[in-house]
Write a protein that binds this ligand. Structure first.
Ligand SMILES: NC(=O)c1ccc[n+]([C@@H]2O[C@H](COP(=O)([O-])OP(=O)(O)OC[C@H]3O[C@@H](n4cnc5c(N)ncnc54)[C@H](OP(=O)(O)O)[C@@H]3O)[C@@H](O)[C@H]2O)c1
Length: 220
């Protein structure tokens, strides 16, 4: 039987590649994005309306949206931190995925495996933070990780086969990284293969954890 996937942020570099790779793997893919459908992850009405119209049960729900900054660029110092920038970044990276979770629980299978995954970032790891900087982005991804961990505990009571996880996609050549990446990047299609291979191998025992693109756990 055909599997179904929902990709939020399907207009993004990684989201688009994930949607195409899922189709290549035989999934029926439902896509949402802000630029193409007006789906704004920061607006609960937008999320509730779009997800409320769906009656599919999804094997995979992937949140691939996110921002590094809302204009000023990621902060190098405390001096450059602003409440507006920080709350904008939190709205997209942490609150948005929480709203998706809230309104998509009914779209997950109860009696068989479903995966809910959001693209987080290694820089959201507190244990792995050796460089500092990027206050808004880092802390928004740490908050996202906590949302996923907390939801994994709640949902395990009703959805015993669910995997709810945070994934670091690697450093991927997209709009997102074009001004900031000093690291070697992978192309989005390759990143999509990595991410889906990791998700394919996770079991409900892995739910509530944070993995990198190679399937290695990342410290919180
Ligand atoms: N690229 C990397 O190296 C890298 C590394 C670590 C983590 N990540 C994470 O991976 C995810 C995807 O990154 P990417 O490289 O694919 O970035 P991207 O090409 O810039 O795509 C970002 C996506 O987020 C969507 N988005 C932004 N604000 C939104 C909003 N308010 N409502 C709905 N959608 C919104 C964009 O939608 P529209 O364009 O339609 O507005 C776009 O689809 C992000 O969460 C990022 O933090 C990326």
């Amino acid at each position: 039987m055909e599997k179904n996937a929902l990709v939020i942020g399907a207009s993004g570099g990684i989201g688009r590649a994930l949607s195409l790779e899922l189709e290549a793997r035989g999934y029926g893919v439902t896509r949402f994005s802000r630029s193409q459908d007006g789906f704004d992850i920061t607006c609960e009405d937008s999320v509730a309306t779009a997800l409320g119209r769906l009656d599919t049960r999804f094997d995979l729900i992937l949140v691939a949206s996110g921002i590094l900054s809302n204009g000023q660029g990621p902060e190098k110092t405390l001096r450059s931190l602003s409440a507006k920038e920080m709350s904008d970044v939190f709205a997209v990276n942490a609150i948005g995925p929480a709203l998706i979770l809230k309104h998509s629980v009914k779209l997950l299978h109860k009696r068989k495996r479903s995966v809910f995954a959001a693209l987080s970032a290694r820089v959201g790891s507190i244990g792995d933070n050796k460089l500092g900087g990027w206050y808004s982005y880092r802390t928004s991804k740490s908050a996202l990780n906590q949302v996923l961990r907390t939801a994994s505990i709640e949902l395990a009571r009703t959805h015993k086969h669910l995997v709810c996880t945070a994934i670091h996609p690697g450093t991927v050549a997209t709009e997102f990284t074009k001004n900031y990446s000093k690291h070697q990047t992978v192309r989005p299609p390759q990143a999509a293969v990595h991410i889906l291979n990791v998700l394919d191998n996770l079991t409900p025992e892995d739910s509530g954890q944070f993995f990198d693109w190679a399937g290695k756990p990342i410290p919180w």
